[in-house]
Design a protein around this ligand. Structure first.
Ligand code: BDR
Ligand code: CA
Length: 318
């Protein structure tokens, strides 16, 4: 059985990825740690509990983490995910925040990994603040991890938030830098370009959401804001280099964590993050020539077996 810890800023695609993990056979979700990102920390926690409620899995512990990036102020992705982070389709009976664990997210990451040395994969689908703080407190953490799956960064200068920055890295560049320079464990990265190049046809999304289940009805309600937004968003349309479709970013990292035989990756490459540039702060930098002489190299995801990926998404709403 695979043991996963999920680090999330629960917006719409985080919700999709969490549901995918919960539905996957042979996966045990040890805990879900929340951070501010797509929405405030409080919304991120509440949204995570809402997802667990719909899936009837409120026994999974949820931990509250960093409310802001290491440096500067939080970015918001409200225009894309809705002001509440979940498409502004509130649940009047949403679980209360008293269901959160009293232990903090950073402490929980350290504890869960240390209790299961060599067994845990971290799936990081948000600004990397919690992970960066965890490795600062416990520098031995990476060597005890089985793997790290990150949704974030980019392989060329294509951003989705700043000119050259993908949201999760741009929202906390210092944290992304720390993680990419300290987590010396097998690392897979689902970059923004990779996600855009492996998008889901809208016709699939229609079938996916038309399933007769509470989970599908929930997903349909939180997803409406996304479909309305992308239909009118010129920037999103420009991303659709290989035809239209939906990019469920965090789900790709999750799919790889569940079964890495579904993804094809690049040759290992050393990566870091730009912390200075006026236009490039938060951009992932690939050290293709090995100039930095870093030993640790990561695997950049290139393609996914789209049929298997669709199957996982379908099953997640059954
Ligand atoms: C990433 O940023 C967030 O908006 C999504 O949840 C995803 O983690 C995509 O750039
Ligand atoms: Ca996310």
């Amino acid at each position: 059985e695979k043991k996963l810890v999920l680090d999330v800023d629960t917006g719409v695609d985080d919700a999709q990825a969490i549901m995918m993990a919960l539905a996957a056979p042979n996966v045990e979700v040890l805990g879900i740690t929340c951070v501010s990102g797509n929405t405030s920390l409080e919304n991120s926690c509440r949204n995570t509990l809402r997802v667990l409620k719909v899936c009837q899995r409120l026994e999974i512990p949820v931990f509250s983490g960093a409310a802001e990036p290491l440096v500067g102020h939080p970015l918001s992705a409200g225009s894309f995910h809705g002001q509440d982070g979940l498409g502004d389709a509130p649940d009047p009976d949403a679980p209360g925040l008293e269901l959160l664990q009293t232990e903090g997210a950073v402490e929980a990451i350290i504890r869960l990994v240390n209790e299961n040395p060599g067994e845990v994969c971290l799936v990081a689908m948000a600004p990397l603040t919690n992970l960066a703080l965890a490795v600062k407190i416990d520098p031995t953490l990476p060597q005890k991890l089985k793997g790290l799956f990150i949704m974030g960064g980019n392989t060329d200068s294509r951003g989705n938030t700043t000119v050259c920055g993908e949201f999760n890295f741009a929202a906390d560049p210092e944290a992304a830098y720390i993680v990419l320079n300290r987590f010396f464990c097998p690392t897979y990265i689902a970059t923004w370009e990779f996600c855009c190049e492996n998008k889901l046809p809208w016709s699939f999304c229609d079938n996916w959401l038309a399933q007769d289940s509470d989970k599908a009805r929930f997903m349909k309600s939180i997803f409406k804001h996304t479909t309305d937004t992308v239909a009118t968003c010129a920037r999103y349309q420009r991303e659709m280099t290989a035809g239209p479709g939906f990019v469920s970013c965090d789900s790709y990292a999750m799919a790889a964590a569940i079964d890495d035989s579904f993804v094809w990756v690049s040759e290992p490459v050393a990566v870091t993050v730009e912390l200075q540039g006026t236009y490039t702060r938060g951009m992932m930098v690939l050290d293709k020539l090995g100039v930095l002489e870093k030993e640790h190299q990561v695997l950049i995801m290139r393609t996914v077996d789209l049929e298997s990926f669709k199957g996982m998404l379908m099953d997640s709403l059954k």
